[in-house]
Design a protein around this ligand. Structure first.
Ligand SMILES: *Cc1c(COP(=O)(O)O)cnc(C)c1O
Length: 415
C-alpha cells in the first residue's frame, strides 16, 4: 500500500492529512514518509539476501541529514560525489567505512578529506585521478582503497542527460583500457586495489542493460583474477527506475536482483549497489497550493506556489510527475497546465492534466522524493521549501523553510 493515499476524501502521508501539513508548515513543502523510505530500503536489501552485499545509497538523490541518518540506522552505506556529501554523511552519523566516492572531478582537498575519514573506496574515473590519489595518499602516509569505474559502453535507453555508460559519456575509464590501468594501479605504492564498479545511467526501466553491463564487468573480473589481481568487491552502481506514470513498467526489485544474481553466480566478491532514486523517489511528494487560475483560448493555466526552482525535473528532462488534488472532488475536470511563478516558460510542473482545481486548492506532485529538493535552487530569489518527514501520526520538520534574509546573507555592497 502506498504511504500516500486518500482517506475520507483527503490525501494523507501515512496518518497525517496533507491539508494539516500545509496548515502548519506552509507551501511549497516536501513531504516524505519514513515508512516508505524504510520499506524501499528493506525491499532492496532483502532481494539480495542470497549474496554478501552492501547498499551504498546515492546521496545526491536526496541529501537531507534526516534521510541519510535513517538509512545509516538501517545499515546503509553511501555513494558520494563531493566533499560536501562526505561532510553530510559524517554529520548524519554514516559509517565512513561504508562510503564509496564516485565522480569525475575529485579535487585534491576532497581526496585528502576522504582519505582522512577512512572511506571504503574511491571509484576512480581516469588515469590522472589514479595518479593523484596515489600521490596524496603517499603524502598522508596512507593506503588508498581504489576501484576503477569502467564504462561498459552499454546503452541504458534512458534520457540522454542521465545515460552515463556509453563511450561518448564523460564517466569512467574506457572498457578496453581497464586491464592496463589496473596493472598500472598495482604498481602504485600508495594504492590498494579493492574493487571494480560501473554505473550506466539512471531511471532504467529494463533489466537488459543492467545484465549486459554486469556481464562486461564480470568478464573483466575474470581477466583480472587470471592476472593475479583479486578484488574484494564488485559495485554495480545504481539506476533502477521507478514508476512515475502508469505506462512505465520498471523491473521489480526482485526481477532486477534475480538477473544480477544469476550473472554473478559462483563469485564470492561482495556486491555493492548505489541506488538513489529507487530508495527515495516514491517516498516523497511536493505539496503546493494553487494561487491563480488563468483560463485562456489556447490553454488554461493553474499557477501554483511551487516552481522549477523547487522541482527541476519537468523543466530539465521534460519529466512527468503525477499530480493529485489533496482533497477529492466530484467537480468536472478540465485540462490544465500546472505552472509556477518563475519567469521562464519552462517553469511547469505538469502539462495537459485533467483535474478539477480551484484557487486555494492543494496539489501533491508525486514521486518527488528523489532529485527534487537536492536539485532545487534559489532562482528568482525564492527561498527553498521546507522538508517534513511523516512518521505514523507524527510530523517532523527536517529542514526549515529558508528565509529571504538567508539568501543574500553572504553578499556585500561595494565600498
Ligand atoms: C546518480 C548516481 C547513482 C544513483 O542513481 P539512481 O538512478 O538514483 O539510482 C549511483 N551511482 C552513481 C555513480 C551516480 O552518479
Amino acid at each position: 500500500m502506498s504511504a500516500f493515499a486518500y482517506r475520507n476524501g483527503g490525501l494523507h502521508a501515512e496518518d497525517v492529512p496533507l491539508r494539516e501539513i500545509a496548515a502548519q508548515h506552509g507551501t511549497p513543502c516536501y513531504v516524505y514518509s519514513r515508512a516508505a523510505l524504510t520499506a524501499a530500503y528493506r525491499d532492496f536489501d532483502t532481494a539480495f539476501t542470497g549474496h554478501d552485499h552492501l547498499i551504498c545509497y546515492a546521496v545526491k538523490a536526496n541529501a537531507n541529514l534526516a534521510i541519510l541518518n535513517l538509512f545509516a540506522r538501517l545499515g546503509s552505506g553511501f555513494d558520494i560525489v563531493s566533499g560536501g556529501e562526505l561532510a553530510r554523511v559524517l554529520a548524519a552519523g554514516g559509517d565512513p567505512r561504508k562510503i564509496v566516492f564516485s565522480g569525475v572531478g575529485k579535487t585534491a582537498i576532497e581526496i585528502r578529506d576522504a582519505l582522512n575519514a577512512g572511506i571504503l573506496c574511491f571509484n576512480v574515473e581516469s588515469a590522472s585521478e589514479l595518479e593523484r590519489i596515489n600521490q596524496i595518499a603517499g603524502a598522508l602516509n596512507r593506503l588508498a582503497p581504489v576501484s576503477l569505474r569502467v564504462n561498459p559502453d552499454v546503452d541504458a535507453k534512458t534520457h540522454p542527460y542521465i545515460a552515463t555508460g556509453l563511450k561518448e559519456n564523460k564517466f569512467g575509464v574506457a572498457y578496453d583500457d581497464a586491464l592496463t590501468l589496473y596493472q598500472r594501479a598495482r604498481g602504485l605504492k600508495h594504492l590498494k586495489i579493492t574493487g571494480i564498479d560501473c554505473h550506466i545511467g539512471s531511471q532504467l526501466t529494463d533489466v537488459a542493460p543492467f545484465t549486459a553491463a554486469a556481464e562486461r564487468v564480470m568478464a573483466l573480473v575474470r581477466s583480472l583474477h587470471a592476472d593475479g589481481i583479486a578484488l574484494s568487491h564488485i559495485d554495480l552502481g545504481g539506476g533502477l527506475g521507478v514508476q512515475y506514470q502508469a505506462e512505465e513498467n520498471p523491473p521489480s526489485i526482485n526481477a532486477y536482483a534475480a538477473a544480477i544474481l544469476k550473472g554473478v553466480a559462483g563469485r564470492t566478491e561482495k556486491l555493492l549497489f548505489e541506488p538513489g532514486r529507487f530508495l527515495t523517489a516514491n517516498a516523497g511528494v511536493l505539496l503546493t497550493r494553487v494561487e491563480y487560475l488563468k483560463r485562456g483560448d489556447e490553454r488554461n493555466f493553474a499557477v501554483v506556489d511551487g516552481a522549477m526552482n523547487d522541482l527541476m525535473r519537468p523543466a530539465l528532462y521534460d519529466a512527468w510527475h503525477d499530480i493529485l488534488p489533496a482533497a477529492q472532488t466530484t467537480d468536472q475536470p478540465e485540462t490544465w497546465e500546472i505552472v509556477g511563478p518563475v519567469c521562464e516558460s519552462g517553469d511547469f510542473l505538469g502539462r495537459n492534466r485533467r483535474l478539477a482545481i480551484h484557487e486555494g486548492d492543494l496539489l501533491a506532485i508525486r514521486s518527488a522524493g528523489a532529485y527534487g529538493m537536492s536539485m532545487s535552487s534559489n532562482y528568482n530569489t525564492r527561498p527553498r521549501a521546507a522538508e517534513i518527514m511523516v512518521d505514523g501520526a507524527a510530523m517532523h520538520v527536517i529542514r526549515k523553510r529558508e528565509t529571504v534574509a538567508e539568501l543574500f546573507a553572504n553578499e556585500t555592497l561595494l565600498p
